[in-house]
Design a protein around this ligand. Structure first.
Ligand SMILES: Cc1ncc(COP(=O)(O)O)c(C=O)c1O
Length: 395
């Protein structure tokens, strides 16, 4: 039975729109992530999953999955209260009440680590920490972007762009009794989050590979030197985190790295289709129902306007996945309440039939659905609430 028929049969009696996950494909992706990570531990990037039972499931499949990379303090607290531990909040937080709540959770013995990259972050934590008598475990985010005149290759996040700056901030932490440095993180977004095998773009792909190759060498050297310097200063770090789905293979080869981060590869959303270094299997999608037939060759579905974040462009739109050959109309895209789809293939699509789509990004799909139906073969074997389904909207 082909994939369209299989999913159609599994989801026949479930009201649409709905989100679903193919369990066998998830398992394949999980194995590929572990393989690409070599001998390193893998921290699961929760923003690319946003479903507690799935995060739990993945953590339980292999000892090398260790800890979660969270995207907000509220999310980390939510996961901690559900029994998860070793939660690294990957982006700095400022709001006092949430920092206080993290402090209380740390006092209960939970391993929650906050991100810092600025003396003001440290001063803020010191003040909150003194107020409640806690020592905040923190991680420093080092910038790994590469700049040439007129071209910045990487993200604009951390201002820690030199070894001197890193050492200054570390010294600031050492002078703060309520803050303890436990880890270093560096995210090479220009390697991990940029496709280099995009069909129909041979020149851009070549350029990307050149830039990525250069970045990879520079990053390995920078990270190696900086971490060794910290060790020479007598610091012992619990972890050095780097990478993401698109860079697992190269990041895991660096000696100083103790763990790599991965999230998007589990669902393998569309933006991760075109990486030389990681090939996942599409594992997650959403089903829309055909409710209209405006003209031969076009069917219109209810729902579907779920674009992804980032620099806007057609690559942020959902992609019709199955049946193969289904396409969005360039002038309508995926609409607020309806999405027309062009299809001239062999299935005789009628009212009530599903069209299966994939989201451009992995976890963002879950912001549109309260549950994910888990399919094995041609059957739904589980239903898991997403963060939204648990009443949570963290960002
Ligand atoms: C700090 C950090 N690490 C790692 C990742 C990689 O996540 P994924 O594997 O989901 O692409 C991201 C993604 O944006 C990130 O911000």
């Amino acid at each position: 039975m082909n994939r369209y028929e299989r999913y159609r049969r599994a989801l026949l009696d479930y009201p649409k729109p709905l989100a679903f996950l193919d369990l066998d494909s998830l398992t394949t992706n999980k194995d590929r992530i572990l393989h690409a990570a070599g001998s390193k531990k893998v921290r699961i990037v929760s923003k690319s999953i946003r479903c507690v039972p799935l995060i739990r499931h993945l953590l339980a499949t292999d000892d090398r999955f260790e800890g979660v990379m969270c995207y907000t303090v509220s999310e980390a607290l939510f996961l901690s209260r559900q029994g998860l531990d070793d939660l690294l909040v990957a982006y700095p937080a400022w709001e006092r009440t949430s920092l206080t709540d993290v402090g209380k959770e740390v006092l209960r013995g939970k391993k929650l680590t906050l991100m810092v990259d600025d003396e003001e972050h440290i001063a803020r934590l010191e003040e909150v920490g003194q107020g409640i008598g806690v020592v905040f475990p923190v991680c420093l985010d080092m910038d790994l972007s590469v700049s040439w005149p007129g071209l910045h290759f990487g993200v604009r996040r951390s201002p820690i762009r030199s070894q001197k700056r890193l050492i200054d901030v570390v010294k600031g932490i050492e002078k703060s009794p309520s803050v303890k440095l436990e880890g270093i993180m560096g995210y090479e977004a220009q390697v991990a989050g940029v496709g280099d095998q995009v069909p129909g773009r041979p020149l851009t792909n070549r350029l990307m590979r050149l830039l990525k190759g250069h970045s990879i060498r520079r990053i390995a050297q920078q990270r190696g030197e900086w971490i060794r310097e910290l060790k020479e200063l007598g610091l012992s770090l619990r972890f050095v985190n780097g990478g993401g789905t698109g860079s697992l293979k190269v990041t895991s080869q660096e000696d100083v790295i103790t763990e790599v981060a991965a999230g998007s590869g589990f669902f393998s959303s569309v933006l991760f289709d075109h990486y030389r270094d990681f090939q996942g299997e599409p594992a997650a999608g959403f089903a829309l129902e055909i409710t209209r037939r405006p003209t031969p060759g076009i069917v219109t579905c209810l729902g579907g306007g779920y674009p992804a974040s980032g620099a806007s462009g057609s690559d942020r739109l959902p992609t019709p996945w199955l049946p193969e050959g289904a396409k969005l109309l360039p002038l309508e895209g995926a609409g607020e309440v309806q999405t027309p789809v062009q299809y001239e293939g062999s299935f005789a699509l009628g009212l009530g039939d599903p069209i299966f789509f994939r989201h451009a990004k992995a976890g963002e799909m879950c912001e549109r659905f309260t549950e994910i139906l888990v399919i094995k073969g041609d059957q739904v074997v589980d239903r898991h609430p997403t963060y939204r389904g648990e009443g949570k909207c963290f960002l």
